[in-house]
Design a protein around this ligand. Structure first.
Ligand SMILES: *[C@@H]1O[C@H](CO)[C@@H](O)[C@H](O)[C@H]1NC(C)=O
Ligand SMILES: *[C@@H]1O[C@H](CO)[C@@H](O)[C@H](O)[C@H]1NC(C)=O
Ligand SMILES: *[C@@H]1O[C@H](CO)[C@@H](O)[C@H](O)[C@H]1NC(C)=O
Ligand SMILES: *[C@@H]1O[C@H](CO)[C@@H](O)[C@H](O)[C@H]1NC(C)=O
Ligand SMILES: *[C@@H]1O[C@H](CO)[C@@H](O)[C@H](O)[C@H]1NC(C)=O
Ligand SMILES: *[C@@H]1O[C@H](CO)[C@@H](O)[C@H](O)[C@H]1NC(C)=O
Ligand SMILES: *[C@@H]1O[C@H](CO)[C@@H](O)[C@H](O)[C@H]1NC(C)=O
Length: 502
């Protein structure tokens, strides 16, 4: 079995991405001019700290053990002359970082880790010969090196490249303040010679090796981001389009992203109400401050509705209800006398079809939906299905949304409905009686059925391994805002790239 793929929160990705910034964008206060997304996400200062810690933790585990190339040269020792020294198996085994900061800025996202300490070990060996003693003299042993005051800083720029986030490491530096070498064995003359001759070389070898490793790590992260599919599968029919729409928006202490966010059938969205700015969003996420917010336009929900409608799956045959007598013409004896007369004691079924995609409206006080249905009443007569009448319904429902795992789920309740008889082959209906039966049907059968689907919800664009926690939801005009913290569950390892992303 392959190890579980490392995931990243999509948001984190943007976030990571956000590490790369474009100065031009940072100056734009409002969302940029390009086409706008229907889902926007913002990683707060708290979220940035989370990402930074995660990145550093991953970097440290992929950095060590760090093997440096062998160093050898001849050094001049008083009285002895030239001594050949080789240092091998130079290994940096552990790095501790005491403080780190992350800061989005005009030139990109800057991450600095400072006050780091590290332990190293190496094998030493020397040999020399003099005219005094005409045989080779050699000795070998181990040495331990303590590294103090190590500082690593990187600046990452983030750009939108054809809908993916592109990282560019614009600066990367590693600086070692001091090392102290402890020799296991060896003579003191040798120790002094070693320190004098090799200290600078060891320092720059460590600095170069760390810089190189970080560059490789960023390239891997960039590759991961580039390969991130632009669609999050929802089910067989729909996928969420997670194409990035603009360059990440870098602010003083947060990073914002715009994602297309629609289900993959293009909806007829006339105008976009994109009137919330980041600062307004943060009003929803105030106390306590959450790591990120995700804001979804109602167009996202309506595009889901369009997608499923166009796939032709908004149809439902009902042949079982809690009160089964309602699905026999006998049960309709008094409501539709002709029906019973024509088909006495025959079983019936209801064929329900949505006649247009349900419309969803998000408002501060509620999320409303309007649904139009045709309900064809069919009689099962001697293995034949005979449509006998069609009732047309306009239903208005309202409900709430909640976060379930990484999904946006919901629950709906019936507000009101109107009923008309579209056509009938069995004469007139007593509509006020039908109304009562339909109300019971909607409440006891239809809504529980719909809610069983809504309960599962659809996935928010969160990269595998990350899970939303302590999420709260607020609704405003046309938008749903999710504020959440994030925990990292799977073991994400930058050395291994994931096969599954969402
Ligand atoms: C290199 O050093 C490590 C400890 O840092 C040790 O475990 C390993 O055996 C050494 N390898 C060789 C070839 O000496
Ligand atoms: C790093 O921290 C751990 C625990 O705090 C400590 O045991 C270890 O010696 C430290 N290593 C270095 C290189 O400072
Ligand atoms: C790192 O070096 C320090 C000082 O030599 C020592 O106390 C500590 O145990 C070492 N840590 C490891 C993990 O070797
Ligand atoms: C990264 O940015 C530098 C300039 O800062 C540029 O020269 C380089 O081509 C960029 N690399 C990529 C892969 O975009
Ligand atoms: C961002 O920081 C700069 C300097 O630290 C400050 O002048 C500016 O007002 C800040 N902008 C916001 C939106 O906080
Ligand atoms: C996803 O969104 C992008 C940007 O709006 C668009 O160019 C692309 O065609 C969309 N993909 C699908 C499958 O609709
Ligand atoms: C339900 O009605 C639609 C047309 O309204 C029809 O195409 C479909 O075959 C019917 N399904 C059943 C199971 O009767």
């Amino acid at each position: 079995m392959a190890p579980p793929p490392p995931p990243l929160l999509l948001l984190l990705i943007p976030f990571l991405l956000s590490l790369l910034s474009n100065p031009a964008i940072a100056k734009t206060e409002i969302q940029s001019d390009g086409p706008q997304g229907f889902i926007s996400a913002m990683i707060s200062e708290k979220g940035l700290v989370f990402v930074k810690d995660l990145l550093i933790q991953q970097a440290l585990s992929s950095l060590t053990p760090l093997h440096l190339p062998k160093i050898q040269k001849s050094i001049k020792i008083p009285f002895l002359g030239g001594v050949h020294v080789s240092l091998s198996n130079i290994t940096l085994s552990q790095i501790n970082v005491s403080s780190s900061v992350i800061k989005p800025g005009d030139t990109g996202v800057v991450i600095v880790a400072s006050g780091a300490t590290a332990n190293m070990s190496m094998d030493w060996r020397y040999s020399y010969s003099t005219w005094l003693i005409p045989v080779d003299i050699s000795d070998k042993g181990r040495a331990f090196i303590q590294v103090e005051g190590m500082e690593v800083g990187i600046t990452i720029k983030m750009k939108n490249q054809e809908g993916s986030l592109k990282l560019n490491l614009s600066e990367c530096g590693c600086y070692l303040k001091d090392i102290s070498i402890t020799l296991d064995g060896g003579a003191s003359w040798f120790y002094q010679g070693l320190v004098d001759a090799f200290e600078g070389q060891i320092i720059s070898a460590v600095e170069n090796a760390i810089t190189k490793k970080i560059k490789e790590g960023i390239v891997r992260l960039d590759t991961f981001l580039q390969e991130l599919p632009k669609e999050v599968p929802v089910d067989d029919i729909a996928a969420l389009n997670v194409t990035f729409m603009n360059d990440p928006l870098l602010r003083n202490s947060s990073v914002g992203f715009d994602i297309n966010g629609l289900f993959t059938t293009v909806p007829k969205v006339a105008t976009l109400n994109y009137h919330l700015t980041n600062s307004q969003h943060s009003a929803f996420c105030k106390a306590p401050l959450k790591m990120l917010w995700i804001s979804l336009d109602e167009a996202v929900l309506n595009s889901a509705s369009d997608t499923y409608f166009q796939a032709g799956i908004m149809t439902w045959t009902v042949d079982k209800v809690p009160e089964q007598s309602l699905l026999n013409t006998a049960g309709w004896k008094y409501i539709v006398p002709q029906l019973y007369k024509k088909y006495p004691n025959d079983d019936m079924q209801l064929n329900i079809t949505s006649t247009s995609p349900p419309r969803i409206l998000v408002a501060p006080d509620k999320i409303g939906a309007s649904v139009t249905l045709d309900m064809v009443i069919e009689v099962l007569d001697a293995n034949e299905i005979i449509p006998v009448a069609c009732l047309s319904m306009d239903i208005s429902a309202s409900g709430f949304v909640e976060i379930s795992g990484n999904n946006l789920a919901g629950e709906a309740g019936l507000d009101d409905f109107t009923l008309t008889l579209k056509w009938s082959k069995v004469g007139n209906f007593h509509m006020y009686l039908v109304q009562t039966v339909v109300r019971v049907f909607l409440k006891d059968v239809a809504l529980p059925y719909v809610n069983s689907h809504l309960k599962k919800g659809f996935p928010l664009p969160i990269i595998r391994g990350f899970t939303l926690t302590d999420a709260s939801i607020a609704c405003t005009y046309s938008r749903i805002v999710v504020c959440s913290d994030v925990v990292f569950s799977d073991s994400f390892n930058v050395k291994r790239l994931p096969r599954k992303y969402w």
